[in-house]
Design a protein around this ligand. Structure first.
Ligand SMILES: Nc1nc2c(c(=O)[nH]1)N[C@H]1C(S)=C(S)[C@@H](COP(=O)(O)O)O[C@H]1N2
Ligand SMILES: [Mo]
Length: 198
């Protein structure tokens, strides 16, 4: 299945720029609180657990056997850069959640990175074709400094929600703030509402 970000496409480039953002063009700034970890596909894994019927862990090979999904569209960082027309490929978070079976009480997601980074969001922000775990950018393996082997992609929220080096999606009954959220970033982070800081 292929999912595109074109459905809500605005007519001009400036209409696609959320308030307070600028177009970074072909550039792509690198931002991280941690040192880039060395990729190791042999030990890489992705887990969905917490409030689920059946916690699941995929190896690198196993996750590639799932139906793939592509996002085409824009991304927006809270530090005010936006990047238009990105193409990321991986798997829809819907596919991962389906395999684990969220329990009725599951209402929030805490995404964890292998480095200790984390970020939280309502489960409603990652279901219905709005979020991905991605390992390709523009048809090439995602670079380690941009989160490779794989990162979360939640493009309708500020980019700090898109955890690089993601290895675990933990479903929770109650909201639990992540790395930047405990340091004053907004709990939800909608760029169109300029939800930058709390
Ligand atoms: N593990 C991890 N993921 C992270 C971050 C981080 O510091 N660590 N920073 C976030 C922020 S604030 C942004 S803007 C984007 C930056 O992604 P990029 O370096 O690919 O542009 O990653 C997000 N994901
Ligand atoms: Mo950011």
């Amino acid at each position: 299945m292929e999912t595109t970000g074109f459905t809500g496409r605005r007519t001009t480039r400036s209409d696609r720029l959320p308030p307070g953002q600028y177009d970074t063009g072909s550039g792509w700034p690198v931002l991280a609180a941690e040192v880039t970890p060395k990729p190791d596909l042999a030990t890489w894994s992705m887990t969905v657990d917490g409030q689920v019927e059946n916690p699941v862990t995929w190896t690198w090979d196993e996750i590639h056997e799932l139906p793939g999904s592509t996002y085409r569209g824009d991304i927006h960082c809270v530090t005010t850069w936006s990047k238009f027309d990105t193409v990321f490929t991986g798997v829809s978070v819907d596919t991962l959640l389906e395999a684990a079976g969220p329990l009725p009480g599951a209402a929030f997601l805490l995404a964890h990175s292998s480095t200790g980074y984390s970020t939280n969001m309502p489960l409603s922000d990652v279901v219905g074709g709005k979020a991905w775990v991605v390992w390709e950018f523009d048809g090439r393996p995602l670079a380690p400094n941009h989160g490779g082997p794989a990162r979360l992609l939640v493009p309708h929220l500020y980019f700090w929600k898109s955890a690089k080096w993601v290895d675990r999606l933990e479903l929770l009954q109650q909201d639990q703030p992540g790395f930047w959220e405990v340091r004053g970033y907004h709990d939800r982070g909608d760029p169109w509402q300029e939800q930058r800081y709390r």
